[in-house]
Design a protein around this ligand. Structure first.
Ligand code: IPE
Ligand code: IPE
Ligand code: MG
Length: 252
């Protein structure tokens, strides 16, 4: 279930789950006549700043899109540089994140990733498994459609084993098979760089998320942008298919 309900004027009771499509690294580099990889490196710095600022912005869960199932279509050198950046991020930042009480979870398919990358992912998750102050989820080799397919397949396998029947399938059952299982859906999904699409991010979980588009390129992102996104979120009224609080009063 979504974490927050109620009228827009009511501040959210629980820390928010913000999800970010970190887009615009390539354009940031191009504007400076730099190779794309330098845009991605600057993007990692922006991620650090954003994680650091999140608790003060009222965010308790941050999910970021690091590498999509479609990003394999990029030139091989860029793909391997992006893989390398995950390794650098874990090598340089894991200890500090762990000490600060951040739990790290990597979403997406492990199949298709090289064994050394899978090891890095497992190290990041196991080193921070006991933490609970803040949750950082990194979607890596992640696609919303692939994640739904994997969840459906898990259920179909249970049917094949005779442990479930087709009629048992409902939203809750499917949801428990997703790589995001156990974490409330995002309250807001932010996309930077001016693009206005989801690009296969959190397709199931976005059902009632507030979509916020910010024109800043990801490497330029910082605390002030996250603060602005949350302020925009707080102005929205979430109705979940119901009526507004005002309508209820008007109807007496
Ligand atoms: C986002 O920046 C990072 C990843 C997709 C890994 P891009 O690399 O997509 O940057 P643009 O969209 O080309 O500017
Ligand atoms: C989405 O951005 C993926 C990530 C941010 C990791 P893309 O830049 O790959 O998306 P499109 O291709 O513009 O839709
Ligand atoms: Mg892009």
């Amino acid at each position: 279930m979504p974490t927050t309900t109620g009228h827009a004027a009511t501040p959210p009771a629980a820390p928010l789950h913000a999800a970010i499509i970190m887009d615009g690294n390539g354009r940031w580099a191009k504007k400076r006549a730099l190779p794309r990889i330098l845009g991605h490196r600057a993007g990692v710095q922006a991620l650090r700043r954003t994680v650091e600022a999140a608790p003060d912005c009222g965010v308790g869960v941050l999910t970021v899109y690091g590498f999509s199932t479609e990003n394999w279509r990029r030139p091989e050198t860029e793909v391997s540089e992006l893989m390398g950046l995950l390794k650098t991020f874990v090598d340089n930042d894991l200890e500090q994140l762990a000490r600060e009480g951040v739990k790290v979870r990597i979403l997406g398919r492990r199949e298709g990733l090289k064994p050394d990358i899978v090891k890095i992912i497992e190290r990041a998750e196991s080193r921070t498994a006991e933490n609970s102050r803040f949750l950082l989820q990194v979607a890596f080799n992640y696609g919303g459609q692939a994640d739904i397919v994997d969840a459906a397949r898990r259920f179909a396998e249970a049917v094949e084993r005779g442990e479930a029947r087709a009629a048992d399938l409902d939203e809750g059952v499917l949801e428990r098979g997703l790589s995001t299982a156990g974490v409330p859906h995002p309250d807001l999904i932010v996309r930077t760089s001016g693009e206005r699409r989801l690009s296969n991010f959190l397709l199931w979980e976005c059902a009632y998320a507030e979509l916020i588009f910010q024109d800043v390129l990801w490497p330029d992102y910082g605390p002030e942008h996250l603060k602005a996104a949350v302020a925009e979120f707080n102005k929205r009224e979430r109705r979940y298919g119901g009526t507004t609080v005002d309508d209820v009063y008007a109807a007496g």
